[in-house]
Design a binder for this molecule. Structure first.
Ligand code: AMP
Ligand code: MG
Length: 326
């Protein structure tokens, strides 16, 4: 166990401390608009190894490089296709990661040995200033491998406290779901991970077709069927099936066989004693709440978490829920 320093994003001397730690090859959890990332100096292989060790992440899962300024892009990629320039102009800074052909100097530890590298510019001005100051970082989500992604500092502490050097607390993440990943080396462009930028939006921005993510895409290293998992077994049900199951529990005179926690978003009827949380019926608001809701439901110590399946066209949240329930 090491001492994990708690630093505040809104305190200038704390940001300087975080920059110094990163320059020195230490591990610092950083707040981004998507989820908290576990940052390490992207030019320091020993620091990068530390990220894999702290997260217990398999070494062939590639990492996303986070930059603070567009001028930092050229050191990491071999070329920027015209279509990527359009996306940079329209979507950066923001929750869009692009996969480029990598520059020769990029460590294979970052890319899992691939000839491509994933890059993103986060949408938080204080964080970008820090990254301009200390240089680009790799920053996978700041959680143990396969666990729920953290959207506030307390969740980072509960998963990685004692395993990393510091946490830069920037409050709740404004988006709350991992970035959309799009491969800009393919023609047509291909979304590798659904996220806050919807495929249709990207297609409209570039004025051309963009392929939807495939469910078990081998091009997406670390595309695991089980991911984002609470410790409590989680199950996904249609609205109707969930209501029937709840009614079934309620109507039996004998004690219920299972004690579920319910995560729902529509007008279901629940007995008042049942542990439950109602999530937003709006797609983006729901995405922002989902990891927090899974974490909280986990803490209720129920035997199962029953989740109402959101509308099928909410691809990015359905993708995460399917893996949480696998
Ligand atoms: P996370 O662990 O949430 O930061 O997710 C990082 C994900 O980015 C990985 O699991 C991959 O799916 C994706 N990724 C990173 N680099 C590449 C790459 N070069 N090619 C394809 N996918 C990548
Ligand atoms: Mg992750």
């Amino acid at each position: 166990m090491i001492n994990t320093e708690i630093l505040a994003l809104h305190n200038a001397s704390d940001r300087e401390r975080a920059a110094n730690l990163l320059r020195a090859g230490k591990l610092v959890a950083i707040p981004t608009e998507t989820v908290y990332g576990l940052a390490a100096n992207a030019s320091n292989e020993q620091a990068i190894r530390g990220v894999f060790a702290a997260k217990q992440r398999p070494s062939d899962h590639p990492l996303i490089v986070h930059i603070g300024d567009i001028s930092q892009l050229q050191d990491w990629v071999s070329d920027v296709p015209a279509v990527a320039r359009v996306l940079i102009e329209q979507c950066w800074p923001g929750p869009l990661t692009m996969v480029f052909h990598k520059a020769a100097a990029v460590s294979p530890l970052i890319t899992g040995g691939r000839d491509t590298v994933a890059i993103r510019m986060p949408d938080n001005a204080l964080l970008r200033a820090l990254l301009r100051d200390c240089g680009p970082v790799v920053a996978p989500s700041a959680n143990l491998h396969k666990k729920i992604s953290p959207t506030c500092a307390a969740q980072v502490i509960s998963g990685l406290g004692g395993r990393i050097d510091a946490i830069l607390d920037g409050g709740d993440c404004s988006v709350g779901l991992e970035s959309t990943i799009v491969d800009v080396t393919s023609e047509p462009l291909r979304v590798l991970r659904a996220g806050p930028y919807f495929t249709a939006q990207l297609s409209e921005i570039i004025g051309a077709d963009v392929q939807m993510p495939l469910q078990h895409d081998v091009a997406v290293a670390g595309n695991m069927p089980a991911h984002y998992q609470p410790n409590t077994k989680a199950l996904l049900f249609s609205s109707q099936e969930l209501q029937e199951r709840i009614n079934g529990l309620n109507s039996n005179a004998k004690p219920a066989a299972v004690k579920p926690a319910i995560l729902y978003y529509s007008e279901l009827h629940l007995p008042s004693a049942m542990h439950n949380m109602k999530l937003a019926a709006d797609r983006r608001a729901y995405a922002k709440q989902i990891y927090q809701a899974l974490t909280e439901a986990d803490s209720w110590q129920c035997q199962q978490i029953w989740i109402e399946q959101p509308p099928t066209e909410w691809h990015e949240v359905n993708d995460r829920l399917k893996r949480a329930c696998y």
